[in-house]
Design a binder for this molecule. Structure first.
Ligand code: C2O
Ligand code: CU
Ligand code: CU
Length: 508
């Protein structure tokens, strides 16, 4: 039975492979577009109370030459405005849904009460308004917000329901980092899209079986909604807040001249010490802040080069990990390199900012008593071609599972004690990489064979788990108790999440 399934999977993979491996990047107006910084929304302040009004809206965007693209956005036609708050603020966010269908808005990476989380349990019907209120009580960080509508997250984010959410705090303000928004500190929301000839976004047809299993990728690279833009630097030190806002693509980023840069922050905020690197890998949902020195006045290009520097040390990997990595690297568009953006530093003037080696101090969770250990086993069953067809017709979503179960909004999978420290071991028993995300926490990766890549030493809310790999994460759950409203954990490949690779936990 087992061997038959593996056999069928291999046949299916082989049959699908040519379509992915030999695709070539579409020639676009590379680096002709100007970089666009999303508008900043700092809310309406009354003391430490901060009020936001957000509208989920549809609109038209000029992304490609000569055609317009119907898009969705938050307070603008495509993507969201950047929300910026301080630690210690209490935010009150009114989200009004002006879209033709039910949606949600989730604050990814924020520690908050379950009822304010904006997950599948807080749907907003068309023309209704949802109020989300919570205290900002976590360090400075680059977070984001996006739709989390049951079975629709992939499509709604693809349409544009995503934006950046920045927290500042006193400690990070004291550092002399580049921090002037739109001047030397930029959001970089990286997304890949596929377009139809009429300019509309090409998401996923009901019968795109393999595309749904792999996750939806496109060959047009957007940064903040603009195709491969050029950022004209006015300062010689540039901070990029990188967000992989793509549905499924994992980026391996590096500069074309191989210059090094400094990694200063991960998902949860500043690293303890600055890491110098030449490349960084970001899976969907992951963020990292990097500072690039362009005092040479050059024009470096940021590229995505799949397969570049896989892991720090391949020799340390177990045989099963090596096989997993080989399969992953042999996946889809491996041979194709993509341009992401260019920095034009010819007019840059000397920056007063600097990047210290020591950035902050993290609490050491490893000294805490571990209240519980849990295992999360991720599986996907591409099944036989026959079951895939029935799936497409009948719409079963049982292909993607965690611990043998596909997401059921009526079922609570785990109960966690408020304030406790837990270790979760995520086991990937599939042939694809999965970026695993947990709501309401920032965790540390305990260890991984091959070592931790630069930003992986910091606090994270998404962790890449390679095929065949097991990764342990440790985290302290905040003190928000709610017997009834759960938080989510899931794969952040949005088509996997939508197809059931998601579970629910309550904090009690
Ligand atoms: Cu970025 Cu459950 O989400
Ligand atoms: Cu989240
Ligand atoms: Cu996945």
């Amino acid at each position: 039975m087992v061997s038959r399934r593996i056999f069928l999977q291999s046949i299916f993979a082989l049959a699908a492979a040519p379509f992915y491996i030999f695709k070539s990047a579409r020639a676009m107006s590379i680096f002709k577009n100007a970089f666009v910084t999303p508008p900043l929304d700092r809310g309406m302040r009354k003391g430490s109370d901060l009020y936001f009004n957000l509208n989920l809206q549809s609109g038209e965007s000029s992304i490609l030459p000569n055609v317009t693209t119907p898009t969705w956005g938050i307070n603008q036609p495509f993507l969201g405005v950047t929300l910026r708050v301080n630690r210690g603020d209490k935010v009150h966010i009114n989200v009004t849904n002006n879209l033709p269908e039910t949606s949600t808005l989730h604050w990814h990476g924020v520690k908050l009460p379950a009822g304010a989380d904006g997950g599948p349990h807080q749907p907003i019907k068309p023309s209704e308004t949802w109020l989300s209120e919570y205290d900002i009580d976590q360090p400075a960080a680059t977070l984001w917000y996006h739709s989390h509508q049951m079975h629709k997250t992939g499509e709604q984010v693809y349409n544009g329901l995503a934006g950046m959410f920045i927290i500042d705090d006193e400690q990070s303000n004291l550092l002399n980092l580049p921090s002037e928004y739109g001047v030397d500190d930029f959001p970089v929301i990286i997304q890949d899209r596929e377009f139809n000839d009429d300019g509309s976004l090409n998401y996923l047809g009901r019968f795109d079986l393999e595309k749904g299993m792999q996750g939806v990728k496109g060959e047009v690279m957007l940064v903040n909604g603009v195709i491969t833009p050029t950022l004209s630097a006015t300062k010689t030190l540039i901070r990029l807040r990188l967000l992989n806002g793509s549905n499924a693509r994992v980026y391996q980023l590096l500069f074309d001249d191989n210059r090094s840069f400094q990694i200063i922050a991960s998902d949860g905020g500043l690293l303890e010490t600055t890491v110098t690197a030449k490349t960084i890998r970001l899976a969907p949902g992951e963020r990292a802040e990097i500072v690039v020195d362009v005092s040479d006045g050059g024009m470096p290009k940021l590229l995505h080069r799949p397969g570049h520097d896989l892991m720090p040390n391949m020799n340390n990997l177990s045989i099963i990990q090596k096989i997993g990595m080989a399969i992953f690297e042999n996946d889809d568009e491996v041979k194709t390199e993509f341009n992401i953006l260019q920095i034009d530093a010819r007019q840059a003037t000397a920056s007063d900012a600097s990047v210290p080696n020591k950035l902050t101090t993290h609490v050491d969770l490893s000294t805490h008593t571990i209240a519980n250990r849990r295992v999360m086993t991720l599986k996907m069953d591409s099944g036989s071609p026959l079951t895939s067809i029935t799936t497409a017709i009948l719409g079963s979503r049982d292909l993607m599972t965690i611990n043998g179960k596909s997401m059921d909004i009526m079922r609570i999978d785990e109960r966690v004690k408020a304030g406790s420290v837990e270790v979760w071991e995520i086991r990937n028993e599939s042939r694809m990489l999965h970026p695993f995300h947990i709501h309401n926490v920032q965790f540390k990766i305990v260890a991984r064979k091959g070592g931790l890549l630069g930003h992986e030493t910091g606090f994270k809310d998404v962790v890449i788990v390679y095929p065949g790999e097991r990764v342990e994460v440790i985290m302290k759950f905040p003190e928000f108790r709610d017997e009834n409203i759960p938080y989510m954990y899931h794969c952040h490949i949005l088509e996997h999440e939508d197809r059931g690779m998601m579970g629910q936990f309550v904090v009690v």
